[in-house]
Design a protein. Structure first.
Length: 132
């Protein structure tokens, strides 16, 4: 008997070699991508820290603004403008450039939505159910 040789066909060797090369390239690309991501995180941290230091130095120069924001005058101004509060015996006059009607001073419940009066009942239901 003659010994059998397990010689693989040529196409099998080519496919196996190509697969090995593809796997090596994929691993190389993965390693390169990981390294690049780690490097970008490092640069992001360094740019963020320099930005924070620059903002800290800028805010250190604004001590006058901080003192004004902590003063009683600023608190009174905010209370009047944003909260609508006033001191006892003080009159508030609001000056505007816009023309106002009496409907502007009434609560919003009395103002009727004119766009709904032109809709049919099916359109009203569609708008109510689906927001269309």
């Amino acid at each position: 008997m003659t010994p059998r040789t397990n010689s693989q066909p040529l196409y099998f060797k080519i496919v196996l070699s190509a697969s090995f090369i593809v796997i090596v390239f994929m691993l190389f690309a993965l390693a390169r991508s990981t390294y690049r991501d780690l490097f970008q995180v490092g640069t992001y941290i360094s740019t963020s820290s320099t930005s924070i230091e620059a903002q800290r130095a800028e805010l250190a120069g604004r001590s006058g603004e901080l003192a004004y924001a902590q003063s009683a005058r600023y608190r009174e101004k905010v209370a009047k403008e944003l909260l609508g509060q006033k001191q006892p015996g003080e009159d508030v006059i609001i000056l505007t450039d816009e023309t106002q009607t009496i409907a502007d001073f009434l609560p919003s419940k009395t103002a009727e939505d004119k766009s709904l009066t032109l809709l049919t009942p099916s359109q009203k239901w569609r708008r109510y159910l689906f927001g269309i």
